[in-house]
Design a protein around this ligand. Sequence first.
Ligand SMILES: Nc1ncnc2c1ncn2[C@@H]1O[C@H](COP(=O)(O)OP(=O)(O)O)[C@@H](O)[C@H]1O
Ligand SMILES: [Mg+2]
Length: 177
Amino acid sequence: MSITNKKPIDKRNDVFSAMYDNNDIIIKVVDKKEKATLETLKDAKFNNIVKIYNIYTYNDFFVKFHCDLSIIQGIIFKQNILYYLSSFVVIMEKLNTYTDKIFKSETYDNKQYFFKELEKAVNQIHSIEIYHGDLKLQNIGNINNIIKIFDFGDCGGIKNKDTDMNDFNKLKNIYIN
Ligand SMILES: Nc1ncnc2c1ncn2[C@@H]1O[C@H](COP(=O)(O)OP(=O)(O)O)[C@@H](O)[C@H]1O
Ligand SMILES: [Mg+2]
């Protein structure tokens, strides 16, 4: 099985969209902390959290898929070789993402549905003491009419239940009124 059609997202060199085994996927290079959270979420299989297919060390990923060097070059350029050596590569499902403009044009009912689902997503991660820490429209997507959250890069540290509830309420105020 191979990864094809790999394209950087927003000119970044650490997040790519691609095809794998006929599925649309996202490939993201993450650090140890984000990887640990994603491992937990991969096993938890929550309905409203992005589906994690696989997590590799950077080296295993490179050997398995013979992917070109663009990720490595990007990391060396941005960070350093040690960062690259201790990075992980996550393969996850690709969601449909939102823009401010598209979301604002949704019907009231759809927006209500979105926030109900988002609340479920937040409750799911909180049930295992994971706090997202960066809930915003850009980190939320949908697939088959299911709303899901992604981007766990800001988990941990001083992030807590209140951080997420504040972000949730902020979002609701922006889009529901
Ligand atoms: N599972 C996904 N499905 C669709 N797009 C994604 C997915 N993961 C990341 N992206 C895209 O890549 C961008 C950056 O990824 P993200 O995980 O949010 O990293 P960052 O921590 O840098 O914000 C997102 O804003 C989104 O456009
Ligand atoms: Mg993000």
